[in-house]
Design a protein around this ligand. Structure first.
Ligand code: SF4
Ligand code: SF4
Length: 284
């Protein structure tokens, strides 16, 4: 097989533009509000309004529902829009394309490339249970628990630049990812990531392997945002598609494969029959 020359990492570049645009959008009310009181956009990642349409983070809406035991139709309607969006695309797309915490934590990955550091591995499926625990605890104590301590919220409030519990929480997570566990918060601990992981098997898009071209070089595993093991069924030719609920469609594997063996495609078959088609294409 012919190794392709270095080329533009289109998906990674697009993702960076989307990440920073979203971050600037959420910071824009601080600037725009001084110019004009009726902005086209205001709010935070938890709850916002764009051109008069209310949008709510579904995980936050669920916690608020449990904590207050009252249904707010504005919150629930906005949450349904966002929930259906991620259900249609793929759950953890939020993590790699939208979450500002990930935008910050990806920098630790770059630092880790220069220094050999320990890498504590935990069970990545447990974060779904942490999400469920947050919902139950919100109900029991009457407080939307993750929203109070969410590092994402602290970043958006700008506490990173001032003293306080928010700054120390963010610094602790950065140090944990840098010194203890590669992508540890995002891969193993974040309840919001766990919430989106729980709907991560649905969605129209998947990474597809071309087994005629893949040489098993392992490069894709080394760059995977979510966890190297989610690419194994493809590399070991057990499946032509990455169906793991943790795949965030970050595109790093696609961009970094030296043989162009990967692409992000629209799902061709319903999820329940994928296994059958995988076996069939394997027998050819
Ligand atoms: S798909 Fe992964 S293992 Fe296969 S050639 Fe590309 S980088 Fe190597
Ligand atoms: S499998 Fe590919 S697209 Fe999915 S999270 Fe890993 S690197 Fe990103």
């Amino acid at each position: 097989m012919v190794k392709k020359p270095r080329r533009l990492k289109k998906l990674t570049l697009t993702r960076r533009i989307v990440q920073w645009s979203i971050l600037l959008l959420f910071l824009s009310p601080m600037v725009l509000v001084k110019v004009e009181s009726d902005n086209f956009f205001y709010g935070s990642l938890v709850s916002s309004s764009i051109f008069g349409i209310s949008l709510t983070d579904p995980f936050a809406a669920l916690q608020i529902l449990m904590a207050t035991r009252e249904i707010s139709f504005v919150y629930m309607g906005g949450a349904l829009i966002i929930f259906l969006f991620y259900l249609l695309i793929r759950g953890r797309v939020f993590c790699s394309w939208v979450c500002p915490m990930n935008t910050l934590l990806e920098l630790t990955d770059k630092l880790r490339r220069f220094i050999k550091l320990p890498n504590l591995e935990l069970n990545r499926h447990h974060k779904k249970y942490y999400a469920a625990a947050v919902i139950v605890l919100s109900f029991l104590i009457g407080i939307p628990l993750f929203e109070i301590f969410s590092p994402i919220g602290y970043i958006m409030k700008g506490l990173l630049f001032s003293a306080g519990i928010g700054m120390w929480l963010i610094v602790s997570i950065v140090l944990f990812e840098l010194l203890v566990s590669k992508r540890g918060w995002c891969r193993y601990l974040c309840p919001l990531g766990g919430f989106y992981q729980s709907i991560g098997k649905a969605g129209l898009f998947q990474v597809k392997f071309d087994h005629d071209v893949c040489v098993g070089c392992d490069k894709c595993r080394s760059v995977c945002f979510s966890h190297p093991e989610i690419l194994e069924p493809g590399i070991f030719r057990e499946s032509q598609y990455i169906k793991d609920d943790d795949c965030s469609l970050c595109g790093a594997c696609v961009d970094n494969c030296p043989f162009d063996a990967l692409e992000i495609t629209v799902r061709e078959t319903p999820i329940v029959t994928n296994q059958y088609y995988d076996k069939k294409s394997h027998q050819k």
